[in-house]
Write a protein that binds this ligand. Sequence first.
Ligand SMILES: [Zn+2]
Length: 253
Amino acid sequence: MSKLTCRTHVGILTRLLVISCSLIVLVAAQDKGRESKSVLFVYGGWEGHEPEKCRDLFVPWLKDEGFTVTASPSLDSYLDEDLMNSVDLIIQVYTMSSISSEQEKMLLTAVRERGVAVVGWHGGLADAFRNNPDYQFMIGGQWVAHPGGTVEYEVNITDHEDPITRGLSDFTVNSEQYYMHVDPANEVLAETTFSGEGAYWIKGATMPVVWKKKYGKGRIFYTSLGHSVKVFEIPEAMAIVKRGILWAVGELE
Ligand SMILES: [Zn+2]
């Protein structure tokens, strides 16, 4: 065999290998039905809620699930029209920050008009922008207190039929128990009851811990769990977030 023929054969084999590999990747993505699903993961704000650790915990899982992920440390991503027109889901971990009116408008419009989904937890979604009631109207709640600081509390699953909480048992968390102002239109999947520790007058009050809702065409999923990534070591807490993400993009009905 001449050197030239040999090189040609190697070239053809390489090309076949590349095509085969591409097909395998395509088939794998199609198996999960997510070849076109794209996620924008926006992280930042107050460091106490471990935005980078949240990114490092969830972005690899999202990629394993076949999502295309853009991770961004800036709310300016909401101003990127091409990006906002291409994403299916926004996950936001951005506590106690401020959002410009243009950033807020682009975010809310993408959700309400285009049907982009929004998922988040704890303060990263529901204590992100204290001065923005339009944003809070979209999320369905705003943190106002966590009486007693870090306390042991029970999360009670209230909807055992919903695919997000189906099969899960009640569980105990040692963390902040969020007291929130919430939207009565939320579809509540789990709740917690306050003992009165740290604020005796709210003893016996029940509060949503997990909810889903709509905002225009978009789906919103939220849980108040997740003060630190350690909370997601509780299998039920992790399952709730992962299932919430899949529900938000229409893959868990
Ligand atoms: Zn917290």
